[in-house]
Design a protein around this ligand. Structure first.
Ligand code: ZN
Ligand code: ZN
Length: 347
């Protein structure tokens, strides 16, 4: 194996990004070395570059949505072997906070995030903790596997754990970019009927329709609520997702709800939450949930769903860029070039 490898490096000092030859890591105890197949470009990667997300280290390799093959085992690693195709976990529990001390690692208060607190996978190789790995079934392609590490698992956890979409629930999704498109697909798999996609952009609405939305509506339609009423035959919405995270979208999501309906907010912005008038909210016993992240086991379940063809993510890979052109991929995501769902980096 070569001694050095190409890697993208983020420098906190001037928030610049560079391609560099750096030493190939040797996996420490409990870790494995993965040859990276694909690694997605996520909005949170942009957030580090534009300063929205504070830097945690002076320099770090970015990229946290990866798939790859184990090429070396660190000391003490059991249950994994060289050649296994895996998805590394995008975070490591801190092992120190009050949650970790009680063994509640999934709810760690100071999760060390891959590509923020330690080196990510926009590189030829990535050193990962063996405890966070998910095996990729043989018939699942590596590019789709890379999507499971956040882009699909976060919407999955929102649908299954936070919203608990049940068969027959009427579902509406505000904002059908990357997260919203997967919400539409997963809510439908969970039994949502009808599933309504809502956005300002006709192109992404057409895509939402292609991946399974039963109906699409424009969020600026003055008749939006009465159209939702018609489409649901007066039932209104049982579960509304706001994948945008701004006042008007959450407020509309809550307004669309049936009595006892649930709105789940996934978008991140600095705005205050507005759930509409207290009178309506309380009289109709509406609920609003905040959502972030997923459990490690969710990735394994999604891998199984891909393996059994319960889910098709072929539309989700918008572009593949070689590592040497990662900056072009970052720019394409930043400028929403062709409304990408996921741009993948191939080292
Ligand atoms: Zn991500
Ligand atoms: Zn912790």
């Amino acid at each position: 194996m070569a001694e050095t490898m190409l890697a993208e490096r983020f420098y906190a000092q001037d928030r610049s990004v560079h391609l560099e030859e750096i030493p190939v890591p040797h996996p420490g105890p409990g870790n494995v070395l993965i040859e990276v197949a694909y690694c997605g470009i996520c909005h949170s990667d942009l957030s580090l570059i534009n300063g929205t997300f504070p830097a945690q280290r002076p320099q770090v390799t970015q990229g946290h949505e990866a798939s790859g093959t184990i090429v070396e085992l660190g000391a003490g690693v059991t249950g994994w072997k060289v050649g296994d195709r895996v998805i590394p976990s995008a975070g490591r529990p801190c092992l120190r906070c009050r949650k970790c001390r009680r063994g509640d690692f999934a709810n760690c208060l100071h999760l060390n995030l891959m590509a923020f607190a330690y080196d990510g996978a926009w590189a030829r190789y990535h050193e990962a903790s063996a405890t966070g790995l998910t095996m990729i079934p043989d018939n699942v392609p590596m590019d789709q596997a890379a999507l499971l590490a956040d882009a699909v698992s976060t919407p999955y956890a929102a649908v299954v754990h936070t919203a608990q979409v049940h068969m027959g629930n009427a579902v509406a999704v505000w904002g059908v970019g990357g997260v919203g498109t997967h919400l539409v697909q997963l809510a439908k798999v969970a039994g949502g009927v009808p599933v309504i996609a809502i956005d300002l952009d006709d192109e992404v609405l057409a895509r939402a329709k292609r991946v399974g939305a039963d109906h699409v509506l424009r969020s600026d339609d003055p008749e939006l609520m009465s159209k939702i009423e018609d489409l649901t035959h007066g039932r209104m919405i049982d579960v509304a997702f706001d994948a945008v995270g701004i006042k008007p979208t959450l407020r509309a999501a809550v307004e669309s709800l049936d009595v006892n309906g649930r709105a789940v907010s996934l978008g991140l912005s600095g705005q205050d939450i507005d759930a509409g008038p207290f009178m309506d909210f309380n009289l109709q016993r509406k609920k609003v949930f905040g959502h972030l992240g997923y459990y490690g086991q969710d990735i394994a379940m999604l891998a199984e769903m891909l393996s059994y063809h319960r889910l098709d993510l072929s539309e989700s890979i918008s572009e593949v860029v070689p590592l040497a052109e990662v900056e072009r991929g970052i720019a394409d995501l930043e400028h929403h070039k062709n409304n990408p769902i996921r741009i993948l980096v191939k080292p």
